[in-house]
Ligand binder design. Structure first.
Ligand SMILES: Cc1ncc(COP(=O)(O)O)c(C=O)c1O
Length: 404
């Protein structure tokens, strides 16, 4: 079991109080989590000791090179990848995905088809629009009223012309866990590329890209207790065969070929610490084993709290929970709802007045919110449970919402 008290001590921001001395309750995790002291130290120690650009002959530059390769190694372990050469680093997932889409627009040809989904965040939809200028057709998988993808439609949309399938592992708006395992199996031997957006999944569950058989995966450290920096996993050999936008003077090999300009080294140092921090919650001989064991603990802690939140909101006659229920574990701990009398923005204002951080709107999963007919009423209120949340906090949030 997670030792909440001990975990919370690592997060300085959890001690922040309002004028009435009430602690802030952070349920805004799907938009970015709080960071533990280990990560803050990772960032500050980089500036204190090793601040330099890469590939120099002097000590701070060598330390920066070492730290950057260390981050790639850790991210590779975290994603179950084939080593540091499979991990490219970028400013955020959206920017990396745009770079990838532009590179692939030079590889695909007119008439090819790329499958995207209606449930995905715009960061895994918008970049693929780049392909349309090259005559490549985008095909969208339907979202059903239940907040889950229509898998019959999904399979029907994959055909001989399909060159790529891009899907999220879970929905940042509704908490839906997508059946990426089944889609991965279905795509086996079909010769098309398979990309997974792990941004909303990576904070909650362990990942194994090799088992999933995906060609690309993206995730962002600021969603899993780290700074604003993101990773692109590419299957060995893939990036080397592509033509991303890049300078002639930069490294022309994977994983660097798609990285333009100087990266945010301090954030990278913090991201390394974030992976170490998560692993410190688990047990095992290797980093990978510790991460897997940590994720077991994290997901069961979060799931129980989110289930409690879901059940209470579901029982309340003034709120409607949007998205899959908690009858199986096919869920992230993200609970979205609407209120019979108040808009999501009004609900969030009321929560904010009680020192509770929650998001309202579509969270860039615009198509899904439109499809569910919720755009004109302001989307949903989203409560995202993270590692550091407690039962008392969830009870307090339920009390505030039922009082509204
Ligand atoms: C599921 C999902 N995909 C992609 C993104 C975009 O990530 P980034 O902010 O790193 O560009 C987000 C951000 O909220 C997200 O939740």
């Amino acid at each position: 079991m997670i030792n909440s008290e001990k975990i919370r001590e690592y997060f300085p921001s959890l001690n922040r109080t309002d004028k009435n001395n009430n602690q802030i309750i952070y349920l805004d995790g799907p938009g970015g989590t709080q960071v533990p002291i280990q990560v803050i130290e990772g960032v500050s120690q980089y500036y204190i000791r090793s601040n330099a650009n890469t590939h120099g002959e002097f000590v701070t530059s060598k330390e920066t090179d070492f730290m950057m390769e260390g981050l790639r190694e850790r991210a590779s372990d975290m994603l179950g990848a084939e080593g540091l050469k499979t991990i490219s680093i970028g400013q955020n997932m959206t920017t990396l995905n745009y770079s990838l889409a532009r590179a692939l627009s030079r590889r695909f040809k007119k008439g090819d088809e790329v499958v995207i989904t209606e449930l995905d965040h715009e960061a895994n939809r918008g970049p693929w629009r780049v392909l349309e200028a090259a005559g490549i057709k985008l095909v969208e998988v339907n979202l059903m009223d239940t907040g889950t993808l229509d898998y019959t439609d999904f399979k029907n949309k994959i055909n001989d012309k399909t060159v790529m399938v891009c899907m999220g592992m879970s929905s940042n708006a509704l908490g839906t866990l997508n059946d990426f395992v089944e889609i991965g199996r279905y795509l086996k031997g079909k010769g098309c590329l398979f990309l997974l957006d792990a941004v909303h999944y990576a904070p909650h569950f362990s990942i194994n890209v090799q088992e999933l058989g995906c060609d690309f995966m993206l995730c962002s450290a600021y969603k899993f207790y780290g700074p604003h920096v993101s990773f692109l996993y590419s299957k060995p050999g893939l990036l080397d065969s592509m033509n991303p936008d890049r300078l002639v003077v930069q490294d022309q090999e994977a994983p660097y070929i798609i990285e333009t300009g100087t990266l945010n080294h301090a954030a990278c140092s913090g991201a390394s610490s974030a992976i170490d921090f998560i692993s410190s919650i688990g047990e095992g001989a290797s980093l990978r084993e510790r991460l897997e064991s940590a994720y077991e603990l994290i997901s069961s802690h979060e799931f129980e709290l989110a289930k409690h939140l879901y059940n209470s909101l579901n029982k309340h006659d003034k709120t409607t929970v949007i998205g899959p229920d908690f009858s199986s574990t096919k869920r992230t701990p993200t609970v979205s709802f609407t209120h019979i009398h108040f808009s999501p923005q009004e609900v969030c204002k009321k929560l904010a007045s009680e020192n509770i951080c929650a998001w309202d709107g579509h969270f860039y999963a615009l198509k899904a919110i439109q499809k569910l007919g919720l755009e004109s009423s302001g989307g949903v209120t989203r409560l995202g449970v993270s590692l550091y949340n407690t039962k008392q906090e969830i009870d307090r949030v339920i009390e505030v919402i039922t009082k509204i």
